[in-house]
Design a protein around this ligand. Structure first.
Ligand code: PLP
Length: 503
């Protein structure tokens, strides 16, 4: 009997607390231990195969080569690898990940990177251009998100990505609450669908995280938020939209709760920052989520997603320079001299900021509008197609990140079948579903139609072969249903170990 069967047959029917207790009691019985270990070993071996496709095919280095390789040899090795990896995302088979990806856009960004590869914003005296680029990236993003519709000074910094922007904001609220309100046991209220970066922030900065549920429409529950507020609450969070189901939380209502209590409200627009404002301008029925709402005190918006910059930049914006100051680090008596930095890193890649600036000014408002129109148009075709498959249902009312589930079929088996056809979709749980995050790669002719055709065929296959387990379905199935999370955590840690194993 495998773990999944034990799970389905026995433990998953029990309440989680009891199931965990039962598991903890039986897990050391030799037979159970052996079964679990065997199962995990099989899963890890399968994952290892897919994670290390270059094993025995491309030269590997556990230590520096004694004599350096020829530059041309390194370039040709890179060309080989690029060719193998690019086709999946270039041809629009991947959910999210590459948001633009047109060859001429990539070539343009690479050229800008080339001019600036030595630039480091830490040395603003040597590279004043980095300061110019970053201040303008922040200002352009702020203007797009309502800075010119409020009397407050909207400011911010450039960070390395969505997670860093979120971590910075949560640290900022923690430090402000300690200084201004003497809150020593800070709490943050976060919808369950908000990005995992908020849990990471809670862990890193010792902030208690209170998860609030979402309704049947997948949007954060305002009443539950109000109920969860205490004198230690320092910030409330909402997503525009959330990563799992692509729906926008009731930001107006949530941010009002925060404003009335004079605490922070963070709109996580990492995913939607460069789509939602343009969708609104295009006339889609979109609620206000940005600085036009007086309660919104910070926004994260990722330039390296729908801002179409190269990977490695995001913007964190604040209402007021006083709030931003809590993010800064300064030290006056370090023997290395007077030192300060606005974000977590010290030295930073100025070339990425230059490429980000170049992407933004070359695309311009019209470019972002056109891109948004294409993305939402393509998403509509995909949504219509999914709605025609009676075994599937779309969760919530998304714009361009579309999550679908099934009451009749194992949705992870459907995802596996899509994988067989070359698609790389995101498997999600609680509830079990799969999503496709539509990017410009999917807006090319025929891609949306191919997606629907393949999805229909995958559903038919799973209907006809419900016992065919597939490659990833057991892993997702187990991770979703297993009542003892310690085992899943252990699996994930083993997976990370594997990432750093040289083969
Ligand atoms: C809503 C949302 N917030 C935050 C993040 C984190 O961004 P990053 O992966 O750049 O750290 C993501 C990533 O997909 C996201 O979708």
């Amino acid at each position: 009997m495998d773990i999944q069967t034990i799970m389905d047959k026995y433990l998953s029917r029990l309440p989680q607390g009891i199931a965990t207790r039962v598991f903890n009691t039986i897990k050391d019985i030799p037979f159970v231990k052996k079964t679990i270990q065997k199962e995990l070993d099989t899963m890890m071996a399968e994952l290892e195969g897919s994670l290390k496709p270059y094993k025995d095919k491309v030269q590997s280095f556990a230590a520096l080569p004694e004599k350096g390789l020829g530059k041309n040899d390194v370039i040709s090795l890179m060309e080989d690898i690029h060719e193998k990896e690019a086709s999946s995302w270039e041809d629009g088979y991947v959910s999210g990940a590459v948001y633009h990806g047109d060859p001429d856009h990539i070539e343009f960004l690479n050229k800008i990177y080339g001019f600036n590869s030595q630039s480091n914003p830490l040395h603003s005296d040597i590279w004043p251009s980095a300061t110019k680029f970053e201040s303008e990236i922040v200002s352009m993003t702020a203007t797009m998100l309502g800075a010119n519709k409020t009397d407050d000074d909207i400011c911010g910094v450039v960070s390395s990505g969505g997670t860093e922007s979120i971590l910075l904001a949560m640290k900022t609220y923690r430090d402000r609450a300690l200084k201004e309100k003497k809150i020593t046991r800070p709490e943050m209220i976060v919808p369950v669908t908000a990005h995992a970066a908020f849990d990471k922030a809670a862990q890193y900065f010792n902030i208690k995280i209170i998860h609030i549920p979402v309704g049947p429409d997948c949007r954060a529950d305002v009443k539950a938020t109000k109920k969860a507020m205490t004198k230690n609450t320092i910030v409330i969070v909402g997503s525009s939209p959330c990563f799992p189901h692509g729906v926008i939380d009731p930001i107006a209502e949530l941010s009002e709760l925060a404003r009335k209590k004079k605490i922070g409200f963070h709109t996580d627009a990492c995913l939607g920052g460069f789509v939602v404002p343009w969708a609104e301008k295009l006339g889609y029925n979109i609620p206000t989520v940005d600085f036009r709402l007086p309660g919104v005190t910070s926004i994260s918006a990722d330039t390296h997603k729908y801002g179409y910059a190269a990977k490695g930049t995001s913007v964190i914006l604040y209402r007021g320079t006083e709030l931003r100051r809590y993010q800064y680090f300064t030290i006056t008596d370090w023997p290395g001299g007077l030192y300060f930095s606005p974000t977590f890193a010290g030295s930073r890649p100025g070339a990425l900021s230059a490429a980000c600036w170049a992407a933004m000014v070359s695309i311009g408002e019209k470019g972002y509008m056109d891109a948004t129109k294409k993305i939402i148009g393509t998403a509509s075709i995909i949504k219509e197609g999914i709605n025609q498959i009676s075994e599937l249902k779309i969760l919530g009312d998304p714009l361009w990140v579309i999550a679908f589930a099934s009451d009749q079929l194992n949705i992870y088996q459907v995802m596996d079948q899509m994988g067989q056809k070359g698609w790389s979709l995101n498997g999600l749980h609680k509830p079990a579903c799969v999503h496709i995050c539509v990017t410009l790669r999917h807006t090319r002719a025929g891609v949306a139609e191919r997606f629907i055709e393949d999805l229909k065929a995958s559903v038919e296959f799973v209907k006809a072969n419900p016992d065919e387990k597939g490659e990833m379905a057991p892993v997702y199935g187990m991770a979703a249903t297993i009542p003892f999370r310690g085992l899943v955590e252990d699996m994930m840690e083993k997976y990370i170990d594997l990432l750093y194993k040289v083969e």
